[in-house]
Design a binder for this molecule. Structure first.
Ligand SMILES: [Zn+2]
Length: 332
């Protein structure tokens, strides 16, 4: 059984897609990146938190990295808040039967340079009405900044299941630059201070190294609504692999409305069917999900075929085709 999982890992690692990633990773001088030293937080009783898990049910593994050298004035995320938000996420996913397994909670000092990062390089091509957001992102995927890449490489401990594991990484600031229409036919770059960021494959497609594709950063859980929903919502970006969308609302950067887990507001629903934009169906197909058999072997869902863009073939018909839009004057 061990052989089988190793073989699977090797096959996975030598696809042309991964070879390209190894090549590009080499260009970035990985040898200079020092891995942080982590140790388990003994005050967290992982076994009790996982005591409700049932063998054979769809399961997602989550590990938590909580740096020990956050600045004294940073108070937006405490360990108690992380654990509270994690327990809420378990609750929010329970109607779907997907359960969340806590692997560990670790602490240690990270390079202070990495406490504040810019997530991705400044985008180059604005989205217009000719292709919807997901198609645009596939053509123009987000790319990690070098600093974000180095930060994550120094934080995530190498493991065979890196590409199947969700990592919650607490940092102080993660800035996300994006295009916004200013006036006429002009766009400007804005940058948003994120409270949680999920680095989803619908946005990064095949630019994010596989071992880092499970990363979620957490930088603000201080408001009650953030506390309750942030971890569940960010896991949704990964595992449902959609942006902010719900029912008739096509994805955009910031949608405030009641209803689903995947838009801002109080909603926590993960709806099914065409009306639900196939969220539940997409969740069940996620490569981050496995089924534990009675021998303790994790049987993983199939991996993405094309790096995990929104229309990746693993989703079959569980996709929505919608028109692109742009908020500039039609007579530009
Ligand atoms: Zn979001």
């Amino acid at each position: 059984m061990i052989f089988r999982s190793i073989k699977k890992y090797i096959v996975f690692s030598i696809t042309p897609f991964c070879f390209l990633q190894i090549f590009s990773a080499c260009q970035k001088n990985d040898t200079n990146i020092k891995l942080a030293e982590w140790s388990s937080v003994t005050s967290i009783d992982v076994e009790t938190i996982n005591s409700d898990l049932e063998q054979g049910k769809p399961t997602i593994d989550v590990g938590i990295y909580f740096p020990g050298n956050l600045d004294p004035d940073f108070g937006k995320v405490t360990l108690d808040q992380v654990m509270s938000s994690f327990l809420s996420a378990k609750e929010i996913y329970s109607p779907t039967l997907v359960q969340i397994n806590l692997l560990w909670v670790k602490t240690g000092n990270i390079d202070p340079r990495f406490l504040s990062i810019q997530a991705n390089k400044i985008p180059q091509v604005p989205q217009t009405e000719y292709a919807n957001m997901y198609k645009h992102m596939r053509r123009n995927p987000s790319v990690l900044t070098q600093k974000a890449y180095e930060a994550f490489m120094s934080i995530i401990e190498p493991a065979p299941d890196n590409h199947r594991t969700i990592y919650l990484v607490i940092l102080q600031d993660v800035f996300f630059p994006f295009f916004d229409v200013s006036e006429g036919r002009n766009w400007m770059i804005k940058t948003v201070r994120t409270g949680g960021l999920s680095f989803p494959t619908y946005s990064y497609c095949n630019t994010i190294p596989d071992n880092l594709r499970g990363i979620i950063t957490l930088t603000n859980l201080s408001r009650p609504d953030r506390l309750r929903k942030t971890i569940a919502h960010e896991i949704g970006h990964k595992a449902i692999n959609v942006s902010h969308e719900f029912g008739d609302l096509d994805p955009q950067h910031e949608i405030y409305e009641g209803g689903g887990l995947m838009i801002y507001g109080n909603g926590e629903g993960i709806p099914s069917g065409k009306k639900g934009r196939w969220h539940l169906e997409r969740l069940k197909l996620s490569p981050f999900i496995y089924y534990l058999d009675k021998n303790g072997i994790k049987n993983w869902n199939a991996d993405y075929n094309e790096g995990g863009h929104y229309y990746d073939p693993i989703y079959g018909n569980y996709v929505v085709n919608f028109k692109g839009s742009v908020s500039i004057d039609e007579d530009w």
